[in-house]
Design a protein around this ligand. Structure first.
Ligand SMILES: [Zn+2]
Length: 214
């Protein structure tokens, strides 16, 4: 499958996801490592996935989107997700994300679970999604969003072939931009949007295979 990469055009406040063909695996410290932090040390509230405005989706697309919402909510509230985010190990073997705004892994996890979008601070505990499906068959852009709105635009050209797990990963990546994390380039795999996007992808694939929920 094609993983999702976002070209970082942060100077214009525009984040585009474009096609790419490289697979990236995210690593973590394990309980036998001295850097390991048990997930039980951090207590967080439940984070709800909440569709706000969803436009342009037909019935089947909406069904796939709803499956993605469901698996995403299951993932972000799991101990495994907590474990993988707080014990994230970057490609240099360090216990930190790239472009982390000075935050530790634990602080990033907590900020994520608070659910306060930069433009919508007053709805803690919710991942609020404003989504718009558009069709641009000749474009290599999977989707885009800008800094002045919570709306995430998704290109039907790619969405139509996505599995719910791909959609969940895509949504996680884009929503992380909405809580204030960016990447300096589309190759900054250790950045918060990419690294957590891969974690969601990985867990979604595993869950959907195991449970055959969707
Ligand atoms: Zn991005």
């Amino acid at each position: 499958m094609a993983f999702i990469f976002t070209a970082g055009l942060t100077n214009a406040g525009l984040q585009q996801m474009t096609e790419a063909d490289e697979e990236v695996i995210s690593f973590k410290f394990s309980p036998s490592d001295k850097e390991y932090i048990p997930p039980s040390v951090l207590i967080t509230e439940t984070l709800i996935v909440k569709p706000m405005q969803v436009t342009g989706f037909d019935q089947n697309s909406r069904k796939k989107l709803d499956s993605a919402f469901e698996v995403l909510e299951e993932i972000v509230n799991s101990d495994m997700f907590k474990d993988r985010v707080i014990n994230f190990k970057n490609s240099k073997g360090e216990r930190k994300f790239a472009s982390n705004k000075g935050l530790t892994n634990e602080e990033i996890y907590q900020k994520f679970m608070e659910g306060r979008e930069t433009l919508q601070q007053n709805t803690p505990g919710e991942m609020n999604f404003f989504l718009k499906l558009y069709n641009r068959p000749w474009s290599r852009v999977i989707g885009y969003t800008t800094g002045d709105t919570n709306v995430i635009n998704i290109n039907w050209k790619y969405f139509k072939n996505y599995k719910p797990g791909d959609v969940a990963s895509n949504l996680a990546h884009e929503w992380i931009h909405k809580i204030g994390f960016d990447h300096v380039s589309a190759k900054e795999y250790d950045s918060v949007p990419y690294a957590i996007g891969y974690i969601v992808q990985d867990m979604a694939d595993m869950l959907l295979k195991q449970n055959q929920l969707h």
